[in-house]
Structure formats: structure tokens, C-alpha cells
Ligand binder design. Structure first.
Ligand SMILES: [Fe+2]
Length: 272
């Protein structure tokens, strides 16, 4: 996997790549393979939905994927293919509707590891201040841990290492699984999340191993070799491998008459 060679300190990894239809997809795919993410600067000033359709067609992403969490009667309000992420004091979604920062996670709280392979965040309007998306090259940090402390890495592969539970009020749903796994192609995939949805099973693996693993990943997530902040401008889309990177968000401030506005689309397919 080329992503194992990348160093997020390289400023070129977050430089926007122009997107003007299917003929320009090759450069995006190359960056996605190399770094696990790419920022696409979309040339067409058309409506965001049409741009997302063009982007998904060019990258072979197929139809948007609705996460398992949003296929319940109580969460149907969040089940749109295109989720509009805007601060909204009348909404109780812990991620979409606040201006607060978000800790490390992968999208798809209830979905099995590796199910949601691609996330696209399209920026309609940037925040007045802040709101950077943070990316953590968690699969490569995991590979490093496996070299240094195989027992700690083993604990993260345990099928009952991590339970994630919904924090949407009055919705009691959770899913248990490994933190990392290996996909059919032999590449590591991740479900590494470190936020208030997590319950860690410290009895997974050898005694003390999961604690050491978690300590390692928390340090690695602050290492600039593995962590990158991306600030999107209007008309740019961040495309990233949700099965190979963990992500978060810095808090932001809105201007009163122009809220930060992102559109999030998830896909079960990897870009091809
Ligand atoms: Fe997310």
C-alpha cells in the first residue's frame, strides 16, 4: 500500500488538485492511493449535488451509502444521501449540528470495519474561523506499533476490542469489533476512534496490551508525520479513505448570516 510511505509533513499532500470531469480523475486517484486523501478543486461552478454526482462517477464510487445508524425510525432525519452539515441549535446530532471540535473517529459507528471506504466532504461555505478537518494516518501508525510491540497490536485486532455506542439522545445502539483488521487485498483497515462513543475492552489480548496500544496511538495521532489538518475553501471537496484514515475536526466560529456549510457523502466503494 503506497499510503504506508507517505509523510503528512509534506505540504504537497494537501495541495488541491483540479477536477473537471472524468478525464481529470487519474490525478485524484493517484493522490488517494498515495496519501489516503485528496483535495479536489472543482472547476464547474454548478450546484453541489451535480458536482458530487460527477465526482462519484469519475471515481467509480457508485451510489451513496446510508450508514446502519441512520436506517432506524428514530434517526431517519439523518438518512439523506447528502448530509448537510451546518450548526443548528434546534438539532441534537452531536457531530453535524454543533460548531465544536470532533475527536478521532471513522464514519459508520454501527457498520462493520471497512464497510464505508470513502467519505467526501464538499465545502459550500467555509467557517469564519477554524473548522479544519483533521486526518490521522492510523493504519500506518498501527503498522509501526505492530513492529514495536506485537502484543499491543494484537489486542487492537481482537474482535471485541472496541464497542462504539451512539450518542444521539434517546438512541441506544452500539456495535463491537476490532480496531484494525486486514482486508481481502492484505491491507490494513481501521475503525480507530477515540471519542465519547467508545468503550474499550481492556481484557482483549494479553494483560496491559490494549492500554499500551491506546497510549501509542494517542501519541502517534499528534505526530505531524501522521496528522494533517485540511482547511477547505468553497468549491473544494476533501475525498478520503474512511477505511484507511481516522478523522476529526477543529472547532469553528460562524458568522451570524453565513454558517459554515459542508455536504457529506459516504460510499461503500473505494475509488477506482
Ligand atoms: Fe466524520
Amino acid at each position: 500500500m503506497q499510503q504506508s510511505q507517505t509523510d503528512f509533513r509534506d505540504p504537497s499532500c494537501a495541495e488541491p488538485v483540479g477536477f473537471a470531469g472524468r478525464d481529470t480523475a487519474g490525478h485524484l486517484l493517484q493522490r488517494l492511493e498515495q496519501h489516503g486523501f485528496v483535495v479536489a478543486a472543482i472547476d464547474d461552478p454548478g450546484p453541489p449535488d451535480a458536482q458530487m454526482v460527477a465526482l462519484s462517477a469519475a471515481l467509480g464510487l457508485g451510489d451513496p451509502y446510508i450508514p446502519a445508524l441512520y436506517r432506524h425510525a428514530e434517526t431517519v432525519n439523518y438518512s439523506a444521501s447528502y448530509s448537510h452539515i451546518l450548526s443548528n441549535p434546534h438539532d441534537q446530532h452531536p457531530g453535524f449540528s454543533t460548531t465544536a471540535g470532533q475527536d478521532w473517529h471513522v464514519d459508520g459507528l454501527l457498520d462493520e470495519i471497512g464497510t464505508i471506504k470513502t467519505t467526501v466532504l464538499y465545502c459550500v461555505r467555509a467557517a469564519q474561523r477554524g473548522g479544519e478537518t483533521l486526518l490521522f494516518n492510523s493504519v500506518v501508525a498501527f503498522a509501526e506499533l505492530r513492529e514495536q510491540d506485537p502484543a499491543a497490536a494484537e489486542a487492537l485486532l481482537s474482535p471485541d476490542a472496541l464497542t462504539r455506542s451512539s450518542t444521539i439522545p434517546a438512541i441506544d445502539l452500539s456495535a463491537t469489533g476490532p480496531v484494525f483488521s486486514v482486508d481481502p487485498g492484505g491491507n490494513y483497515i481501521t475503525r480507530y476512534t477515540d471519542n465519547d462513543t467508545c468503550t474499550w475492552n481492556f481484557s482483549a489480548g494479553p494483560a496491559g496490551a490494549l492500554r499500551r496500544a491506546l497510549d501509542f496511538l494517542r501519541v502517534a495521532a499528534d505526530n505531524p508525520r501522521y496528522q494533517r489538518a485540511v482547511l477547505l475553501r468553497a468549491g473544494q471537496a476533501l475525498i478520503f479513505r474512511n477505511d484507511r484514515l481516522s478523522h476529526g475536526r477543529r472547532s469553528y466560529e460562524d458568522s451570524p448570516d453565513a454558517r459554515r456549510h459542508l455536504i457529506r457523502v459516504l460510499y461503500a466503494n473505494a475509488p477506482v
